[in-house]
Ligand binder design. Sequence first.
Ligand code: SAM
Length: 499
Amino acid sequence: MENILYYGDNLEILKKYIKDESVDLIYLDPPFNSNTTYNVLFKDEKGQSRSQIKAFTDFWHWDEESAKTYNYLINNDKVPAKVKELIFALHQFLGENQMNAYLVMMSVRLIELHRVLKDDGSLYLHCDPTASHYIKLVLDSIFGQKNFRNEIIWAYSTSGRPKDRFPWKHDTIFCYGKTDKTFFNVKEVKVPYSEEYINTHFPYKDKTGRVYRKRFDAGKWRIYYADEGMIPNDVWEIPYVNSMSPERLGYPTQKPLILLERIIKASSRDDGIILDPFCGCGTAIDAVEKINKETNSNRKWIGIDITHLAINLIKRRIADKYGKLPNIDFKVVGEPQDLASARQLALEDRYQFQWWAISLVDGIPKDKKKGADRGIDGLAYYALPDKTIKIAIQVKSGHVKRNDISTFATDIDSEGAEFGIFITLETPTNKMIKEAVDKGFIKDKIRQEQIPRIEIITIEELLNGKIPKVQAMYGKTNSSYKKADRYNNKIENGYYKKL
Ligand SMILES: C[S@@+](CC[C@H](N)C(=O)[O-])C[C@H]1O[C@@H](n2cnc3c(N)ncnc32)[C@H](O)[C@@H]1O
């Protein structure tokens, strides 16, 4: 099996690609029901001011899709009776609102996740106090109360102190097994005792100087060494990935690596398969790779996300951190591979198409007024020894005409960019090509080559491997989501340190 990153709705992907009982560990961190819009932050050429773009929202509505899913859950023979009863009762109790839309959407996915989990596998579901009490009922109905293993409290400290209640400073992670055979390797995740605890609880020292204590456990005296560490309990104090954290990539809701490492080490074998169906910027994937590297193990991962922003970010995160093949090997499924699927994506979702197309020329999306067709869609930067070159990118999925090029030229100037790449799904007209040529060339003084100020390139050409001239000249862009630091294992203040 190879590592796979899927673009798409996890419900469809699970049904289409993931076999029954094929996964050892599932970690899922779905968008909560807390009514927030999450923006991805992009760095500009100086790495300072940032632009934001809406990545996803966790604002669920009871709509046609929820009603359809509710009816499926209530009426389909494949849905276990307990789940039907609960979904019906929740519908009676909650009515048709955001909370119930969220629960219905989660239930149908959790049924699929239960199907793909191996008998000795575990599922960790990350949620917050807004819906955790209902989610636990749903999990009980699908996995069975007897398979409940833990309610882990991830406690952190962030800013914000409301005046009318104690601040909410924790997330809840529910852990369920599938059967009573659940694999759990607690030795892998022991944490050191505090010095104070050792001083007060470990009174003995052996001949080699090791400090220990004796305890009467299960009918006999046993020796416990302080340096063996302790099994963590179910409250985990791990710092939040805040704006100062060196791990931070700018993707909203990014989770700390240490949190994922603990889950993966405790609940998967060296050759286990780990699935994250809401993988965001890929923290679970990064954690698998990190553990593999450090322990010479061979865990595999499957990541799924519904936005190209996440897919592109993960591709870069893994390459920035671990280098390229053969260090890391993974396949991406669901990105357009040919003209027909590119057209399909453009039809389904113009923004996803745009984000995908921009990634083909190594750019980053630029925020603009929603619905605005004019203006720059993306940017790319080259940091040369003496200056930074800025490239403006425009993506068109519909009909294109000569005027688009002159408008683009004006936009390039107002953006202060040197070059423009015009990506089009449709074939450009001869008039457009002439207009682009008329906008002139810039001569690269060192290489003595002419680069067009505006280059028109079609999606088909990009899919066939054509590289825009400006890119061929200067190599890979330096534009980026915030770059992931190269792999390191030094911890400082609870984070992996920047080296
Ligand atoms: C809370 S974030 C996950 C963050 C992740 N744990 C990390 O550390 O980066 C939730 C992610 O779920 C994705 N998502 C939402 N609905 C989805 C669906 N139906 N299928 C796949 N992904 C989905 C969103 O695009 C978002 O990236």
